[in-house]
Write a protein that binds this ligand. Structure first.
Ligand SMILES: [Zn+2]
Ligand SMILES: [Zn+2]
Length: 395
């Protein structure tokens, strides 16, 4: 377990709680304290997410972080054990957190009502023992894969459609990552914002055809693999299973490492700094980086930042927004209503962009992120550790 700062007094001590886990403890290798100390992030509280979260809470995974931006819809109720009819319209992450506490008051739950690709800092991934993914789109999976391989956190992917499902385990430094064997079409599909076989409109409405039964099967396998990882059992990176529930055929599918894959370089020298995204400016961070690496150092963001918009009518304005969070309406010229041309950068240097005195939060850097600065030969990675307690607010 890589988190030393996890409280160890969370394990069961009182008589009533002790009896809750007695049957699990009959398993010779089961270690309830390891389970109670574990930190698991679950991406997506949909069909798979519900099953994953339910199982994590039942066995007493001590720290569960739920990431989901969506609200409950009527169509979710056929495959979401954590939601009720009266929940329609409410945030899935908040409801799931509440229901997990009801299932097992021992577990501590934190939640991020946001998008995994833009709202979850890399420090969050760094603090987890394992990440379980139950969202059905390439973009989110590729993002999680890259984040986990940067900071050395294993993750377990799940996918379901009709009666077919699959899971795979990815372990940084041990075998294949998700992108090692990903066909080029996946990137094209991601660009077109397509998910699996269906157009995005249907996916966004939660209409990927799935059943609660295949969600139970795959979600359970994902949690089972997580429990094996938490207990230190041998789990091969890239290993997984494809299960066809229509024919009851299953195929162990072990993905090979692709030597040319670019995702296998973990961040070296991550430095925790007592700063947060809302109280550090881009300029301050650049100065800290220059102290480490000398002049000529630049901040390299892992997303594109729009810092100016110009219209053909002559109007221009300073804006500060992530490209991946911008709607086209925000680029509409207030004078002539045409779309303005954005100026975009991911590199911030002392060439004095106007926003050096703006905070990272104002530049839509997520809290508890890890910011990379580099010169031509080396790099340093600042973890915004002052945000840790705010983001990982396990209660
Ligand atoms: Zn790879
Ligand atoms: Zn204009």
């Amino acid at each position: 377990m890589k988190n030393q700062n996890v409280s160890s007094h969370h394990s069961d001590t009182s008589g009533g709680i002790q009896s809750r886990y007695d049957t699990l403890k009959l398993i010779p290798w089961w270690d309830q304290e390891k389970v109670a100390n574990a930190r698991v992030m679950v991406v997506g509280a949909g069909a798979l997410g519900n099953e994953i979260l339910k199982n994590l809470a039942l066995v007493g995974i001590g720290h569960i972080l739920i990431v989901d931006f969506d609200v409950v819809e009527a169509a979710n109720l056929t495959r979401s054990v954590l939601f009720r009819a009266e929940d329609i319209g409410k945030l899935k992450a908040e409801l799931a957190a509440q229901r997990l506490k009801e299932l097992n008051p021992d577990v501590k739950v934190a939640l991020i009502c946001g998008d995994i690709t833009t709202d979850v800092g890399l420090g969050v991934f760094h603090s987890m023992d394992v990440v379980l993914v139950g969202v059905d789109n390439f973009g989110a999976r590729i993002f999680v894969n890259r984040a986990c391989f940067k900071v050395g956190t294993p993750w377990i992917n799940g996918g379901i459609q009709e009666l077919v499902g699959e899971f795979h385990v990815y372990i940084p430094g041990e075998g294949a990552c998700y992108e090692c064997n990903l066909p080029k079409e996946a990137y094209k599909e991601m660009k077109r914002r397509l998910s699996c076989l269906l157009p995005v409109e249907e996916v966004e409405q939660g209409r990927v055809p799935t059943t609660p039964t295949i969600a139970s099967i795959i979600g359970a396998l994902q949690v089972q693999e997580a429990l094996k990882l938490i207990h230190g059992h041998e789990v091969a990176g890239g290993s997984g299973l494809i299960f066809n529930g229509l024919t009851n055929n299953y195929l162990p599918a072990n993905f090979p490492l692709n030597e040319r894959c670019l995702n296998h370089n973990p961040l070296k020298s991550v430095i925790a700094i007592e700063r947060g995204a809302s109280d550090s400016t881009f300029g301050e961070l650049l100065n800290m980086a220059e102290e480490k690496l000398g002049s000529g150092t630049v901040i390299r963001l892992d997303f594109d930042l729009i810092f100016k918009a110009t219209c053909t009518c002559g109007y221009s304005e300073q804006i500060l927004k992530r490209l991946d969070k911008l709607s086209s309406d925000e680029l509409r010229c207030p004078n002539c209503k045409k779309l303005m041309q954005p100026d975009i950068t991911s590199t911030i240097s002392n060439a004095k962009p106007w926003f050096l005195d703006k905070t990272l939060s104002q530049g839509q850097v997520p809290p508890f992120h890890i910011i990379t600065a580099r010169n031509t030969t080396s790099a340093v990675h600042f973890e915004l550790d002052a945000d840790r307690g705010k983001v990982l607010n396990f209660t």
